[in-house]
Design a protein around this ligand. Sequence first.
Ligand SMILES: [Zn+2]
Length: 208
Amino acid sequence: MQNEFNWETAEAKSVAKNKGDIFLFGMNEEVHTFRLVSNPVSIEIHWEKDRARKNKRIICPATGCQICKSGHGAKTMYRCYVIERGQEDPVIQILEMTTNLFNKIITIAKKMGNPINYDMKIKRHIVNQSYTEYLACPAKNSQSLTDKEKKVAEIAKTKANDMSKPNTPEEILAMDLLCLPLSVDEQFDDFQVMANKGIEDDDWNNFN
Ligand SMILES: [Zn+2]
């Protein structure tokens, strides 16, 4: 896969604006302890609203992407598979990372080696309405994966491509996004509704 990296050899990505990152090793009750069980991949994400004003998250297919064509940009994010530690029934989950968090994990990986071999503590910290900060640090005492967790981690190996699977142009069309024009058929439907309404209301009679 072209967009897959290796934690230890990946280069930190440039962040457009440094909003005062804090690299904290302190922990509190909101800290999640993860084991990263795959290499990271990069994806391009669009956040758009549909005509019902619901938020939609779309993985940009790049080629033939109607959203890009409409002039709306996508944001680069990174993903990897994780297992949250200490769960009775561990499940495989995708951790979606901002460039900011991705860079922090790379920094840790360069010092400590591949994070597949130790736990990572990650905390989401909402700084204000428009900015969320992620804090990451390696766990001091990583417990080895349990047999259950090892089994779950195996799933990640067979599903590497699922993390970055882009939405197809057909799927995007079906989302009824505000940023995309209505199809000719849909416009015709709207016209028919208007026409029918006119007849039902006997509007034509009012012209006399
Ligand atoms: Zn796009």
